[in-house]
Design a protein around this ligand. Structure first.
Ligand SMILES: [Cu+2]
Length: 187
């Protein structure tokens, strides 16, 4: 019995080690400035304070923003900051350059989520305007941030990026989680 308990305990510890407690979320499209899960709590852009070059196209109509959520019940907000080089002030909640571009999304489950972007109520949103997209995400362990620098209307269709190494790691973690959980059930 003691051996069994010890085995259970070590499997649980392995499980906790494998399922990174800092798994939060990722901005997939348009491509994020960068994603480091441990830094996502850092406002306003998850620790990435340098503009992307080149910028990502964000169509004026029919644009979508896609994220991967790694929390079972999360809330996300989507903002566009109308500045070619936004400062911390531009990102603040009382900023006049920060516009909410999709309704607050609630009840987001683990997996991919896409928000439909509406720029029709923003008169400044015109072809060629440089701006920064900010996604804030709350999965219960603090407000998290990701940004993408965009140019409006530069393309009619967004291209889907190929899977990054980080994505593949997340997938691998998921499989190891499932296998260990299965093993715990068998013991
Ligand atoms: Cu998290």
């Amino acid at each position: 019995m003691a051996a069994r308990n010890a085995l259970c305990l070590s499997l649980l510890i392995l499980l906790l080690a494998v399922v990174n407690v800092h798994a939060h979320f990722k901005l997939d499209s348009p491509a994020a400035r960068g994603t480091v899960e441990d830094k996502e709590i850092m406002a306003p852009c998850g620790g990435f304070d340098t503009l992307q070059n080149p910028r990502n196209p964000l169509p004026l109509t029919g644009a979508k923003v896609s994220i991967t959520a790694l929390h079972p019940d999360a809330t996300a907000n989507f903002y566009l900051i109308l500045s070619s080089n936004p400062t911390a002030n531009d990102f603040s909640s009382n900023s006049t350059t920060r516009k909410q571009i999709a309704p607050t999304a609630t009840g987001i489950k683990i997996g991919s989520y896409s928000a439909d972007i509406d720029l029709s109520k923003i008169p400044e949103a015109k072809e060629g305007v440089q701006a920064t997209l900010q996604v804030t995400f709350d999965g219960g362990d603090g407000l998290l941030f990701q940004c993408s620098d965009v140019v409006l209307g530069a393309a009619t269709a967004q291209t889907q990026g190929s899977k990054s190494a980080a994505d593949r790691m997340s997938t691998a973690r998921g499989w190891i989680f499932a296998l260990v959980a299965f093993a715990v059930l068998l013991v």
